[in-house]
Design a protein around this ligand. Structure first.
Ligand code: GLY
Length: 358
């Protein structure tokens, strides 16, 4: 079987790698360098509790499945690539800033509610006015930038063909069936095709309207800060409903804004100031830390904020997009689900079907 995948982010590379491991011949194309869009810009959180609330839904089930796949996924990537990706299972502290948030946390079963004194024992830097916290031992994180590079290496070492810097000119389809991908340099014919192009997945004009997934870019800006000499980093992710703080090597990542700005990826002073203020309000001691990097990225948003996974209205054209805030968390489950769908070993999850928007 031959599979052509558009988009060499965490989703496209993971799907391609899994398919290659199952014996498929796989080409992954990217308009730029592999894993340099949302995969690179994200914070690398693998956070079911932080992103899903304590809910019963198809998305939460999928998220828990993926979170459970992560330890082996990380081990396999490191073994196959020879690279470290810093997968860490240190948990996360979700902080309640209002009485209403604390009431919600006290009733949650997916973590350990901590009163302010107990929360401060975990993180002495916490602001004095917190109302409580939820300790989520299952939250994890990975160095997303190292992950992207390692996945690209693993995919190529497994015999996959990786084609960077080559944009799709046309997705050719005939009689309701995908027939080829045309770039300025090649014409690719395959048995199955996957669009995993992140925020750009809805931007292929050559597709019929009903097959084009309604994906839109949702901008996020982030900053990273470093402690002045002598200060230590928090030992795990800390977040409230306005900001998250992710210790990564010798820096603390602070994210993220959420704005609808089309494909604009400018990095703004206003966002940096806003993120700093939100972070300092949670950990006041951050006020004298130095900003060492600022960046932005585009999340792939969908109309119902659920992922879009499965076969499109054009036969043999599969979509893997709409991860919105959870591209890193969902990666192993998307790789598992899409590769099985393409190999006809599983059925679609109807809540995520690309055809639900018809
Ligand atoms: N996963 C967090 C974010 O998208 O900002």
């Amino acid at each position: 079987m031959k599979v052509a995948i558009v988009g060499a982010g965490v989703a496209g590379l993971s799907i391609g790698w899994r398919l290659r491991q199952s014996g498929a011949e796989v080409t992954v194309l990217d308009r730029a360098q592999p894993a340099r869009a949302a995969t690179w810009a994200s914070a690398g959180m693998i956070s079911v509790a932080g992103e899903m609330e304590d809910e019963v839904s198809d998305e939460a089930t999928f998220a828990k499945r993926s979170s459970g796949l992560w330890p082996d996924f990380a081990k396999d990537i490191e073994a196959a690539s020879g690279r470290k990706i810093a997968y860490r299972t240190d948990g996360a502290l979700l902080v309640a800033r209002t009485d209403a948030a604390w009431d919600r946390f006290r009733n949650r079963v997916d973590g350990v509610p901590l009163d302010p004194a107990a929360a401060r024992l975990k993180d002495p830097m916490l602001a004095p006015d917190i109302k409580g916290a939820l300790w989520s031992p299952d939250d994890a994180q990975v160095d997303n930038r190292a992950l992207g590079d390692a996945l690209a290496v693993a995919f190529v070492k497994a015999g996959g063909e990786l084609v960077p810097n080559e944009a799709v000119a046309r997705l050719e389809n005939w009689d309701g069936r995908m027939s080829s991908i045309v770039t300025p340099f090649r014409h690719i014919e395959a048995d199955a095709y996957v669009l995993a192009a992140g925020a750009w997945t809805g931007a292929f004009d050559s597709l019929p309207r009903e097959a084009s997934p309604p994906v839109r870019p949702v901008k996020g800006e982030m900053i990273a800060v470093a402690p002045p000499g002598g200060s230590g980093l928090p030992q795990h992710v800390i977040r409230d409903d306005r900001v998250y703080l992710v210790p990564r090597h010798d820096r603390l990542l602070i994210g993220a804004t959420v704005s609808e700005a089309g494909f604009d990826t400018s990095v703004t002073d206003a966002a940096a100031a806003d993120l700093s203020a939100r972070a300092i309000s949670l950990l006041p001691g951050l006020s004298d830390w130095n900003v060492v990097e600022r960046w932005s990225g585009l999340r792939p948003g969908s109309p119902d904020s659920l992922p879009i996974l499965g076969e499109s209205a054009v036969q043999n054209l599969f979509i893997a997009s709409g991860q919105y805030r959870n591209g890193i968390l969902f990666a192993p489950a998307i790789a598992e689900h899409l590769s099985r769908l393409i190999l006809k070993q599983t059925a679609e999850i109807s809540a995520f079907s690309p055809r639900r928007f018809d």
